[in-house]
Design a protein. Structure first.
Length: 210
C-alpha cells in the first residue's frame, strides 16, 4: 500500500506537468490501481530485464510486447515506441473529436497522436481513412504495433480503431464515459465487431498505399 501511494504521488507530478488533470485524489488513486491491474495482466509475458530495457519508458513495453526478431515485418523498435507512447496515455478520458492528452481522445485521435509522436507518421483523422493506410495483416499474424479495426455500426464502414499490443490484447479509446484502456480481442463484443488489421511502418512508402 505504501508503494502504491508513492507511485500515486509520482504519477501526480508527472501528469500535472503533462497537462492531464484529475478531479481529486480518488480519481488519481483509481487511475494508478487501474494501470497496475493492466500491467499485472501481462506478468506472464515478462522476460528477464536487461540493463538496456531498464531505461525510462522501456520497462512497460518489455513486459507487454516481448521483442520480435529485427527481421520481422513490424520492427520491434517501432512497436516499442508505439506501445510505450500508448501506455503512457492509459486512463486519459475519451472525448468525441478529441486529439489532445489534456482534453481527451477519440479512437482515431488517439492513433494519430501516438503514431505522430513515436514514429513521425501522419495518419488521417478518421478510423475509416486510417484503415486504408499501410498493408493488410491477417488476424493470425498480428504483431505488436499493428492497428486493429472494427465495425461498431453494423456491416458498414470502419468506425473504430485500436493498437494491438500483443498477448491478444489492444489499447484504445472506447467511447464516451470511458477512458483509454486495454481490452482483449476475445472480448465477446469486440471479437464480433473485428474487421481487419493494418501495419504501418516508419519510413515505409507502403503506408501511403490504399
Amino acid at each position: 500500500m505504501k508503494a502504491l501511494s508513492r507511485l500515486a504521488a509520482l504519477l501526480a507530478s508527472v501528469y500535472v506537468l503533462s497537462g492531464i488533470h484529475f478531479a481529486n485524489a480518488d480519481d488519481l488513486d483509481s487511475f494508478v490501481r487501474s494501470r497496475q491491474q493492466v500491467l499485472n495482466q501481462f506478468e506472464d509475458a515478462r522476460q528477464p530485464a536487461s540493463p538496456a530495457l531498464l531505461q525510462p519508458g522501456r520497462a512497460i513495453t518489455a513486459a507487454i510486447a516481448p521483442r520480435q526478431p529485427v527481421s520481422s515485418v513490424q520492427s520491434s523498435d517501432n512497436a516499442d515506441e508505439l506501445i510505450s507512447s500508448a501506455m503512457g496515455l492509459l486512463g486519459v478520458a475519451y472525448r468525441y473529436g478529441g486529439t489532445s492528452a489534456s482534453t481527451g481522445f477519440d479512437c482515431s485521435g488517439f492513433m494519430q497522436h501516438i503514431f505522430k509522436r513515436s514514429m513521425g507518421v501522419n495518419l488521417p483523422r478518421t478510423s475509416a481513412a486510417q484503415a486504408k493506410m499501410g498493408v493488410g495483416v491477417s488476424r493470425s499474424e498480428l504483431q505488436p504495433g499493428d492497428m486493429v479495426f472494427f465495425r461498431t455500426m453494423g456491416r458498414g464502414r470502419i468506425s473504430h480503431v485500436g493498437l494491438y499490443i500483443g498477448n491478444n490484447r489492444f489499447i484504445h479509446a472506447p467511447r464516451t464515459g470511458k477512458r483509454i484502456e486495454v481490452t482483449s480481442l476475445s472480448n465477446k463484443y469486440w471479437n464480433a465487431k473485428y474487421a481487419f488489421a493494418r501495419r504501418v511502418k516508419k519510413n515505409d512508402p507502403s503506408r501511403f498505399l490504399n
